[in-house]
Design a protein around this ligand. Structure first.
Ligand SMILES: C[S@@+](CC[C@H](N)C(=O)[O-])C[C@H]1O[C@@H](n2cnc3c(N)ncnc32)[C@H](O)[C@@H]1O
Length: 266
C-alpha cells in the first residue's frame, strides 16, 4: 500500500509496532485498555461526548476513519450498540486493533482494515454514520476527504468528528506533536475553515462545539498512567511520546491549537 509521503511509516510506531505491542500485552489488561487504545485528547470521556452529540445508537452501521488501536470502535460497539468497521493507514495499528477486539469480545461487532481515507474501499451509501477522531490533522486534501466520506454515507446519515484545529495564535507550532514529528506531516485548518470545507463538500452542520477548554483541562490534569500492566501509548509511540504530549499542552495553552467536536448530516 502506498502511504502518504507526508505520513512516514515510522511516525506511528514503526514497522514492528504490532509485534512489539501484542507481545507485551498483559492478560489482565483487556479490561483496562484506555491508556493504550484511546489515542486522542480527553480519552474515552471525549468519545462518549461525541457519540451522545451524534445520537449513535443500537444497530447503526459505522465507519471509524483512522481507527488507530480500536478503542473508540470498541466503545461505540460496547456502550452504544453500533457495528463498527475501522480503517487506518497504519497497517500495524489495524493488526493491534483486530487482536484487541478478539481478546476483549468484540470480534463480531468491530473489524479493521488498512486503507487510505482518501480512497475508501466501500460502495456508495454504505454506512449510517462516519466517525473520526484526531485524524484529519494528517490529511492535506480536506475537500477530497469530506467528499469521499459523503460518498460512503447513506442519505440522512451523519459525520461525527473530533479534531484538533489551528487556534487564534498563528505562531508556529512547537514540534513534535502526537500526529506529526515535523511541520510537513501536519495539515491544520481553523474552526471556521473546518466548517466551511465540510459544508462545501455537501454536508449540513447539525452541531459545532468548541472543545478547547475541555481539551486544555484534560491536558493540564491528566497524568501518565501508573500501575498499568502491559503497554500504553508511550510504548506504541516510543520514548518521545511524553515530549509530544508536553508540546501539545504548550501549544494549546498558547492558543496555537484549539479543538472541535462537530456533527454533520448528509
Ligand atoms: C492520533 S491517531 C487517532 C486514532 C483513533 N482515531 C483514536 O482516536 O484513538 C491518528 C490515526 O490516523 C491515522 N491516519 C492518518 N492519516 C490517515 C489516512 N490518510 N487514512 C487513514 N488513516 C490515517 C494514523 O495512522 C493514526 O492511526
Amino acid at each position: 500500500m502506498n502511504e502518504q509521503p507526508s505520513l512516514p511509516r515510522n511516525h506511528y510506531g514503526g514497522d514492528d509496532v504490532a509485534a512489539r505491542v501484542l507481545s507485551s500485552l498483559h492478560p489482565a489488561q483487556v479490561d483496562r485498555l484506555a491508556a493504550l487504545d484511546q489515542f486522542h485528547v480527553g480519552g474515552a470521556a471525549a468519545s462518549r461526548r461525541l457519540a451522545e452529540r451524534a445520537g449513535i445508537g443500537e444497530g447503526q452501521s459505522m465507519l471509524d476513519l483512522g481507527s488507530g488501536l480500536g478503542g473508540p470502535a470498541r466503545l461505540l460497539a460496547g456502550e452504544f450498540g453500533a457495528d463498527v468497521t475501522g480503517i487506518d493507514l497504519t497497517s500495524g495499528f489495524c493488526r493491534i486493533a483486530q487482536a484487541l477486539s478478539a481478546r476483549a469480545g468484540y470480534a463480531e461487532t468491530t473489524r479493521f482494515c488498512a486503507a487510505d481515507a482518501l480512497r475508501l474501499p466501500f460502495a456508495d451509501d454504505s454506512f449510517d454514520a462516519i466517525w473520526t477522531e484526531h485524524v484529519a490533522m494528517n490529511i492535506g486534501d480536506r475537500d477530497a476527504l469530506y467528499r469521499e466520506l459523503l460518498r460512503v454515507t447513506r442519505p440522512g446519515g451523519v459525520l461525527a468528528l473530533y479534531d484538533v484545529v489551528a487556534g487564534a495564535n498563528v505562531a508556529a507550532l512547537v514540534y513534535p506533536v502526537p500526529w506529526a514529528s515535523e511541520p510537513s506531516q501536519s495539515h491544520l485548518i481553523d474552526m471556521d475553515g473546518l466548517r466551511r470545507v465540510v459544508t462545501a463538500a455537501g454536508w449540513t452542520a447539525r452541531h459545532f462545539h468548541d472543545e478547547s477548554a475541555a481539551a486544555l483541562n484534560w491536558l493540564a490534569t491528566a497524568r501518565p498512567p501508573k500501575g498499568v500492566d502491559g503497554p500504553t501509548l508511550r510504548d506504541v509511540m516510543g520514548p518521545g511520546f511524553p515530549r509530544m504530549i508536553a508540546n501539545l499542552r504548550e501549544n494549546f495553552e498558547a492558543g496555537r491549537l484549539a479543538a472541535v467536536q462537530a456533527v454533520f448530516e448528509k
